[in-house]
Design a protein around this ligand. Sequence first.
Ligand SMILES: NC(=O)c1ccc[n+]([C@@H]2O[C@H](COP(=O)([O-])OP(=O)(O)OC[C@H]3O[C@@H](n4cnc5c(N)ncnc54)[C@H](OP(=O)(O)O)[C@@H]3O)[C@@H](O)[C@H]2O)c1
Length: 281
Amino acid sequence: MNPPSILLDTLFPPGIDLEHVSRYTPDDDKPVISPVSDDHVRPWVTLTFAQSLDARIAGEAGKQLILSGKESMVMTHWMRSMHDAILVGIGTALNDNPQLNTRHLPPLPEDAAYKYNLPRPVILDTHLRLRSDCKLLNNYKAGVGRRPLVVTSAYARTSDEADAWTERKANLETAGARVIEIEAVDGGISISSLLTALRTLGIRSLMVEGGASVIKSFLASTQSHQRTVDAIIVTVAPVFVGKEGVGYGENLLGSQIPAMKHVKTELFGADAVIALTTNSS
Ligand SMILES: NC(=O)c1ccc[n+]([C@@H]2O[C@H](COP(=O)([O-])OP(=O)(O)OC[C@H]3O[C@@H](n4cnc5c(N)ncnc54)[C@H](OP(=O)(O)O)[C@@H]3O)[C@@H](O)[C@H]2O)c1
C-alpha cells in the first residue's frame, strides 16, 4: 500500500522513487528518502497537529483528546515514517506520554527486507523534567524506538538547582537519552539555533507535532527573511471542544504568521486534512 498522495505531493518533488519513501532497509547503503529544505543549514520542517472546528488541540486543563479518526491517524503515522525526527514540547511529553512511532501502518509481509522508518524523538525540555520511565525511553530500551534527543538550555539557577539539574541529566542519560544544550531566547529554546544543531547532527527533516506552545513558537519563529517552517499539515476533526479547551493561535500576530500556499485538502474518514507549504519568496 502506497503512502497518502497528500503527503507525497506536499513533502517531495514529483516522481519520487516510492521504493525508498518511509522504508528503512538495514543493509542498504541508500538512506531513506527524506524531505529536504532549500535552506541547507536546517532540516525541512513540517508543522502538524489535529484540531477541532473551533481550533482546540486538547480538552480542559490539557486533557488529551483523540481528535483524529482511524484513517487520519494512519496518515499521521505515514507522515512520521517520512521524517528523520519528530519533536514535541515537554508539556506534551509529560501530559500525553506519547510514543511518536509508526505503529498504525499496514503490516509488512513477513519476508520484507525493510521496516518502516522510525523518526528520532526530540523533546524541548529546559528543566529536564522528562520522566526516565516514559514510553519514549522504554521503547528505545526495548529496541522499538530511536534514541530520544532531549534539548535543554542553561537557565538561571541556584547551586542546589544546578545540582538537581545535573542529577536529572545523569538519570536521563542512564535511561538512554542523549541530552544537548541549546541557547534560550525569550524564555524558550531558540528555534533557529535548535534547527541548525539538528542539521549538524544529520537530521534532514523534522516533524513538529505540538503541543500548543511549540506550535505557536514555530509559527512565530518565521521572520520575513528567514523561514523555519516548510509545510503545515492540519487534521480538522468534525467536533467542537469549547473555550475550556487548549488553543494555539490566540496571541499570534498576523505579521508573525508565514505566507502559505494551499497544496491539497483531502478527506480521511470524517476528518479533513489540509496541507500548505510556506512561500520561499
Ligand atoms: N491535537 C494535537 O495534535 C496535539 C499534539 C500534541 C500535543 N497536544 C496537546 O498539547 C498540550 C500540551 O501543550 P503545551 O503548550 O502545554 O506544551 P508543549 O507545547 O508540548 O510544551 C511546552 C513546553 O516546552 C518547553 N519549551 C522549551 N522551549 C520552547 C519553545 N521555544 N517554545 C515552546 N515551548 C518550549 C517549555 O517548557 P520548559 O520551560 O520546561 O522547557 C514549554 O512550557 C497537551 O494537552 C497535549 O495533549 C495536542
